[in-house]
Design a protein around this ligand. Structure first.
Ligand code: ACO
Length: 337
């Protein structure tokens, strides 16, 4: 299944405005050029126009002139975004001077463009840490209705012929954001991952497994109790979600193991959305499945924000950035439904 073919067609048919704040970073600029050339999105770059155009020339890119460029050093242009940031954060004790400084930071300015309705999403992280990309989004864009905890998912596509998941496709979460989730946060991760599966992984009927080292009471521990509680809370948050837990990973994905360890479960043996009990397990699992099973890992896809902001790996290639832009466009389209 070529996931990106469908997602790209949807993006082209519903063009979104995507901010790329790392505008002189060569891989980002190459991705921007391709996105403009293929009509995937309208691109907004943040930086000094002369510097951006000089870099584009050096890289022989011919489409960058069609991007909107917002200059963070243009005091008059930045003022209204500083005022917006001040309004959003004055209860935290910030001064107008602090707000002006933040509005000149490209990661914050990009989020402020999204917040003010001038852009639909942001993609960054080729040159900034995950923490810095996320903190700007948390402070400015904030969370979607019903969600207070943003998390990060990966779409895992196993090599052709895999008998597991939805034709070899899974959503894994949280692999990026919340080091030690509470039961309520785990429940929100599950609800968001269920949505990501429909939105981006083309899984029409996601089956969500809440993973643990225990299956249906086989072990007793506070961590197991937390997963059971999270499963209950997820059903309360979204009564339509098809979810079960606690399940061990083999019981979740292997039909024969599921049938013997969790007979009667509607998820055991059929899961295609795996919710990990904490960030350590989620982050380690996606990297191992990527390396040892040869899966293609797309993400992290930040889920639960009021408008999409996605983070890149600092080792990314231009094609990874294009894919992330395509997924961000699809999240933005879905968020407006
Ligand atoms: N969802 C929603 N809001 C959040 C979340 C969250 N998960 N986490 C923090 N916030 C909010 C806080 O409530 C706070 O809001 P406020 O200032 O309006 O009150 C704001 O964000 C800042 O909160 P802090 O606790 O100060 O944030 P912190 O500096 O700890 O940073 C961060 C949060 C960056 C996400 C941190 O939890 C983190 O570093 N997580 C791990 C990220 C990471 O390194 N992942 C692995 C690499 S990614 C990969 O391998 C794919």
């Amino acid at each position: 299944m070529d996931l990106f073919k469908n997602l790209k067609a949807t993006a082209i048919a519903n063009k979104q405005r995507i901010v790329l704040p790392e505008s002189t970073e060569p891989r980002t600029l190459k991705a921007a050029d391709q996105v403009i050339a293929e009509g995937i999105a309208d691109v907004i770059l943040i930086g000094e126009p002369d510097e951006i155009m000089a870099k584009a020339k050096e890289l022989c890119l011919t489409n960058i002139g069609k991007a909107r460029i917002v200059n963070p050093n243009d005091d008059a242009a930045v003022q209204k975004y500083a005022e917006l940031f001040y309004e959003l954060r004055k209860s935290k004790g910030i001064t107008m001077e602090d707000a002006v400084k933040k509005a000149k930071d490209p990661l914050y300015l990009g989020c402020l463009l999204v917040k003010s309705g001038e852009a639909d999403g942001q993609v960054a992280g080729a040159a900034n840490s995950t923490g810095n990309v996320l903190r700007a989004a948390f402070q400015v864009i904030k969370t979607a209705p019903g969600i207070s905890a943003v998390s990060g998912a990966f779409i895992m596509q196993l090599p052709e012929g895999s008998p597991y998941g939805h034709d070899g496709i899974f959503v894994f979460a949280d692999c990026a954001a919340i080091p030690a989730p509470t039961a309520s946060e785990l429940a929100q991760i599950a609800v968001s991952a269920n949505r990501t599966a429909k939105q981006l992984a083309c899984i029409p009927e996601p089956k969500v497994a809440m993973l643990s080292f225990s299956t249906k009471g086989s072990a007793k521990h506070d961590n197991v109790t937390k997963v059971i509680e999270a499963t209950r809370m997820a059903k309360e948050l979204d009564p339509t979600i098809d979810i079960d837990g606690e399940l061990q990973a083999d019981a979740a994905i292997v039909p024969s193991v599921g049938a013997s360890k969790a007979p009667g479960s509607n998820i055991a043996g059929k899961a295609n959305v795996l919710v990990f009990p904490n960030l350590e397990t989620g982050n380690i699992a996606y990297k191992l499945v990527q390396r040892l099973a040869g899966a293609v890992a797309a993400g992290p896809i930040m889920q639960g924000l009021a408008a999409p902001v996605n983070d890149l790996s600092r080792g990314c290639f231009p094609e990874d950035i294009v894919k992330t832009i395509i997924m961000t466009c699809n999240q933005a389209i879905d968020a407006k439904k």
